[in-house]
Design a protein around this ligand. Structure first.
Ligand code: CA
Length: 242
């Protein structure tokens, strides 16, 4: 049994008990710990005490749309999110990924593929949080902790970023004062990202970083070329300085 994987906690948000049972069984076979929530309300209550590594969220939930549930989770946790749904429409898929899901899988699903995708998300999360000694980026009084995606303003206010916003900010703080093309800013998602999906993420990030809506103090648009992160970045560890 692999010790590391056996410690991962996966929350399953699914109103169909038969489907939930199958997911719990297959993940249990691969030594993951699982918790089943049968509604979005149940999930949000449990997240007050649980710290899952990943949530598997059905879009068709009885009490709340799964996309909204996912956004609420994003506000509370930087865990991985896998949407598992019967909704095959491309707009659901694009919206889910734009709003911060790490992956999107359709029902009916192949159990081994589910495990493979869960592992892939967990690996990606570990890869982006495993930079020893480069865990906190500081720029103009801001602190960005790459380990938990927490962004603190100079005044100490905390913003939790979605995975996709945090991935974008990671690329920016690692490459300050350089023109970055759209392709360099795109994540490792399976979906082919559209220009719009990058623009949506940029504007979300700007809303958190910039003093007002039209400001480009940090993230400058370079027309026809890409984007530029204008800041002097220093690196520290979570304990140091902050
Ligand atoms: Ca359902």
């Amino acid at each position: 049994m692999k010790e590391v994987e056996s410690q991962k906690l996966i929350v399953i948000v699914e109103d169909d008990p038969d489907v939930a049972r199958i997911i719990e069984q297959v993940l249990g076979d691969f030594s993951f710990r699982t918790v089943w929530c049968r509604s979005a309300g149940d999930l949000l209550r449990r997240l007050r005490t649980l710290r899952p590594d990943l949530c598997i969220i059905d879009l068709g939930l009885p009490d709340m749309d799964g996309i909204e549930a996912m956004q609420r989770v994003r506000g509370l946790s930087s865990c991985g999110i896998l949407i598992l749904t019967g909704r095959a429409h491309v707009s659901d898929r694009v919206m889910g990924l734009e709003l911060g899901a790490d992956d999107y899988m359709l029902k009916p699903f192949e159990p081994r593929e589910l495990v493979a995708r869960v592992r892939s998300i967990l690996r990606r999360h570990e890869a982006t949080t495993g930079h020893q000694g480069r865990q906190v980026a500081e720029f103009a009084g801001w602190h960005f902790n790459l380990a938990n995606n927490a962004l603190h303003s100079p005044g100490g206010e905390e913003h939790l970023l979605s995975t996709s916003e945090a991935d974008l900010l990671k690329v920016f703080v690692s490459n300050p004062n350089r023109i970055l093309q759209r392709e360099q800013l795109m994540g490792t998602r399976d979906l082919v990202p559209t220009d719009r999906s990058i623009d949506v993420r940029i504007s979300r990030l700007r809303r958190k970083l910039e003093p007002d809506q039209n400001s480009q103090a940090f993230i400058k648009t370079v027309y026809g070329a890409g984007y530029l992160f204008l800041a002097s970045v220093t690196w520290g560890s979570p304990g140091a300085g902050k």
